[in-house]
Design a protein around this ligand. Sequence first.
Ligand SMILES: [Zn+2]
Ligand SMILES: [Zn+2]
Length: 337
Amino acid sequence: MTEAATTNSSRQEGHGGLWDSVKKAAVIIGSGIFFLAAFGNSLTWHLQRFWGASGDFWQNLWTKLYLAFEGHDPALFFLGTMLMPTLAFWVTNGLLILVDTTGKPSFITRYRIQVDKNNPVDPVKLAHTVRTVLFNQVFISGPMVVVVYFLMTWRGNPCGPELPTFHWALTELAVFAILEEILFYYTHRLFHHPALYKRFHKQHHEWTAPIGVVAIYAHPLEHVISNMLPPIIGPVILGSHLASTTLWYCLALISTTISHCGYHLPFLPSPEFHDFHHLRFNQCFGVFGVLDRLHGTDAKFRETKQYERHTLLTSFTPLSESIPDTTKKNKLLDPKE
Ligand SMILES: [Zn+2]
Ligand SMILES: [Zn+2]
């Protein structure tokens, strides 16, 4: 093939690839929403059945909270945007830290992506990371949530008496996810610019094999611009209700924890994409990968075993076993390698 033909075919592949990754992202967001819809509906059904609640369970629950906090909107807002998401973060990460420090149970550790790393995790490095995360949550996220309260009350009435419909809340989540992908990708790439990388973003990359808490282990400026702004902006723009905002913040924190956790577990979103970013620094900047495909920042990733493993694991065999790394012996047998 001539060079021109090669370029042409790779360009065509690039376009097809972009459409392909848009579809993949749509599938991820769509199936997430579908799962939430199914989960929400059946949870509602069980709660109404067993708790004997009449009418709309969630609206009744919200009305109770609303009346209990009547006149104390800021407190209610702080509970939903700060305490609940922080609790979701620490419950998930508390369990992961137990696994990382003890190396047990093996039915989780066998799914480790970088098999020879963090086994067990360095306790000094872990303690330093946890301190930084707590600092970011208390001194950066806390005050930012106050600013968000004023922005959202100016924009609408987040603590209004009526909950949004379930379908509207799901639509909002899809919009939030798209905004997060766009803002996270470009701010994250900005922090990789040589003028900013060393001073701000290098700290987050101290972990070439990340663990859950690394999700918000970052310089304060990066925490504001890249970690907080992308998920915050959606609910402000849409003038969302506190309930959908709380759900979104919890989901965003749990999903970034999964992206960093270092284990590719069955039936959970694949963390291979962001794990590879920590391994190689100059690939995979986004969340869903659509913008990486558009800008070609996943080209090297797509040639790797990690890319082959970047799927929803639907069996109990670890992907490091079903798709093993190419050994030297295999390399000799396969002339393409
Ligand atoms: Zn990261
Ligand atoms: Zn980075």
